[in-house]
Design a protein around this ligand. Structure first.
Ligand code: NAD
Length: 259
């Protein structure tokens, strides 16, 4: 069992993003020392400053998930900072959509490198340093569980992340390390704004309304709040939490429940 006299340490990749920052804030409020890793240096600094201003114990870690060496360096930075690592959250991600005939090799590479390759190599770097009670949480997607018409590459990357999660859960179970995926529906973060601006054909509000039109709540449909995702992630990170491992937990207002 890991040392219980010093605070647990969490590494959150994509921690300056909408969900990542909420997860960092939640874990920080629960007493974790939080290493926030991201590609976007300005948002990274701002996220760490906000947490520190609120009394949180936070570190900014520059990270490019597309580079294996950068993933390893991020883990090294956390170990140099606090000498332990208990939680890894993969919340970095990129979205691309469009007819498959229009997709390029660059689209494929960035989606797979960030959403899947980086997640694997960050975990690989972390594994030797994780002890019993450690937890890994991958932010997958509803699009990793069911097909999302017009986002084939993104779906493939998130579906891969779900099965990566399950295979790693089996591999790491003898060491009492849990690995789970969280599969959100549409969450109110900069990613949704990016999608609506880039793919909304000049009508971002219409794009967002179309997303919500698929929800079984009908007129009461709304986007999920990042804090609602953070709550589930924090539960999965509890060292003596429920025996949940290898799960792909939906948090999507039922959009993947059926039709
Ligand atoms: N927003 C949604 O509706 C939604 C739904 C389901 C799943 N997801 C997934 O949830 C995760 C978090 O998304 P979000 O909504 O917070 O998006 P976001 O765009 O707000 O955050 C993503 C973060 O990943 C970072 N990032 C991108 N490329 C990187 C790289 N090469 N190296 C390091 N960091 C990089 C970005 O800088 C950003 O801070 C993503 O994996 C996304 O695919 C999002």
């Amino acid at each position: 069992m890991t040392d219980q006299t010093t605070p647990r340490v969490a590494l959150i990749a994509g921690g300056a993003g909408g969900m990542g920052a909420a997860i960092a804030a939640r874990l920080s409020s629960e007493g974790y020392a939080v290493a926030i890793a991201d590609l976007e240096s300005e948002r990274l600094t701002a996220t760490v400053d906000t947490l520190a201003a609120g009394g949180g114990d936070a570190l900014a870690v520059p990270l490019d998930m597309r580079r294996i060496a950068s993933c390893a360096a991020a883990v090294d930075a956390v170990l140099a900072w606090r000498g332990r690592l208990d939680v890894v959250v993969n919340s970095a991600g990129v979205w691309r959509e469009g007819d498959s005939v229009t997709m390029t090799e660059a689209d494929w590479d960035i989606v797979f490198d960030v959403n899947l390759k980086g997640a694997f190599f960050l975990i690989q770097a972390a594994i030797p340093h994780l002890g019993a009670g450690a937890s890994i949480v991958n932010i997958a997607s509803d699009a990793g569980l069911v097909g999302n018409n017009g986002a084939a590459i993104y779906c493939a990357s998130k579906g891969g992340l779900v099965l990566l999660t399950k295979a790693l859960a089996l591999e790491l179970a003898p060491r009492q390390i849990r690995v789970n995926a969280v599969c959100p529906g549409d969450v109110a973060t900069p990613m949704i704004e990016f999608q609506a601006e880039r793919y909304g054909e000049g009508d971002p509000d219409g794009y967002k309304a179309k997303l919500l039109s698929n929800y079984p709540q009908r007129a009461a449909a709304r986007f999920i709040r990042p804090e609602e995702i953070a709550r589930m992630v924090a539960f999965l990170c509890e060292p003596d939490g429920a025996p949940i491992t290898g799960a792909a937990l939906s948090i999507d207002f039922g959009v993947t429940a059926g039709y």
